[in-house]
Design a protein around this ligand. Structure first.
Ligand SMILES: C[S@@+](CC[C@H](N)C(=O)[O-])C[C@H]1O[C@@H](n2cnc3c(N)ncnc32)[C@H](O)[C@@H]1O
Length: 279
């Protein structure tokens, strides 16, 4: 059978299973199957597929029809300007988190050397994206999850940054390794009881999502701890949930942070707060 025929069969299967992005998903899975770009798939629609290629493609389709996220099937995800290896032990990097990278790059000039801490490093997408563009900076990265750290190390190796990023399996509560110029964090911030309603996101590790009863448990820890981990005038760049702005701002002020910027995401929700450790 030709590529086009298998694509069409894939569309039907995913459509029947209410996968709204069925068209693009099939094309991505076909490109993964044949190890060519999506554009090349579309330029070779009349090409015949081998039996083993067909089998591989429909294995992918059968996982996708159960709502397994594409990134967990293809094992990679583009974020900022890089490609990251992804697996089920980490959150899939979100385009909205690119705002944290953008803000960090605005704060750090290209020729400056700064000490950065990434709290809840996950796949490593934030710190690796920043270090790639700021060659004199160094980063410590912590996470509670051993498997997330394993993957972040693989990504650091892949991007040739192993000498500038150090990993620690640690709770933010128990970490001290000197003072930093910048702390970045995309902590878990979903209310515990909401997690089960999140659909496909349920394939992602709870530890990356669960912000406790009010969704703010880890955010509060990150802010309190950053107070001690940041130099005076050091910056904290924090990702938050769409409805957490006022509570987080008030907690930051309570801890004597000055709020510099509030950034909205692509859906016009407040997603990122930049603040300064004043004293
Ligand atoms: C929302 S994910 C963010 C991952 C990645 N930084 C990103 O932006 O895609 C949060 C990460 O924080 C880690 N984490 C959760 N609680 C933590 C804690 N108390 N201390 C350190 N890391 C924690 C989780 O294991 C998870 O990898």
């Amino acid at each position: 059978m030709k590529i086009i025929d298998n694509l069409k069969d894939g569309y039907e299967i995913l459509k029947e299973n209410n996968i709204s992005s069925y068209k693009i998903d099939c094309e991505i899975l076909m490109s993964q199957t044949l190890n060519i770009s999506r554009e090349e798939v579309l330029l070779n629609l009349e090409k015949e597929m081998k039996e083993e290629e067909k089998e591989k493609y429909f294995n992918y389709i059968n996982r996708r029809k159960k709502d397994v996220p594409i990134a967990y099937i293809t094992k990679n995800k583009n974020f900022w300007r890089e490609k990251f290896i992804i697996n089920e032990s980490t959150l899939i990097p979100r385009p909205d988190s690119e705002h944290l990278v953008e803000q960090a790059l605005k704060l750090i000039k290209k020729d400056k050397s700064k000490r950065i801490l990434d709290i809840g490093v996950g796949s490593g997408c934030l710190s690796i994206s920043i270090l790639k563009e700021r060659p004199y900076c160094e980063c410590d990265a912590i996470d509670l999850s051993k498997n997330a750290l394993k993957l972040a190390k693989i990504n650091a190796n892949l991007h040739q940054l192993s000498d500038r990023i150090k990993f620690y399996k640690r709770d933010v509560d128990n970490f001290y390794n000197g003072k930093y110029d910048l702390v970045i964090s995309n902590p878990p911030y979903i209310k515990k009881h909401r997690i089960k309603y999140l659909g496909a996101i349920n394939y992602e590790p709870k530890i990356a999502l669960d912000g406790g009863l009010d969704g703010l448990e880890v955010i509060r820890k990150v802010i309190s701890k950053s107070k001690y981990l940041l130099k005076i005038n050091g910056k904290l760049i924090l990702e938050i949930g769409y409805d957490q702005k006022y509570k987080v701002m008030s907690f930051l002020r309570e801890k004597s942070f000055f709020i510099n910027r509030i950034i909205k995401d692509y859906g016009n929700n407040t997603r990122c707060i930049v603040s300064t450790n004043k004293n």
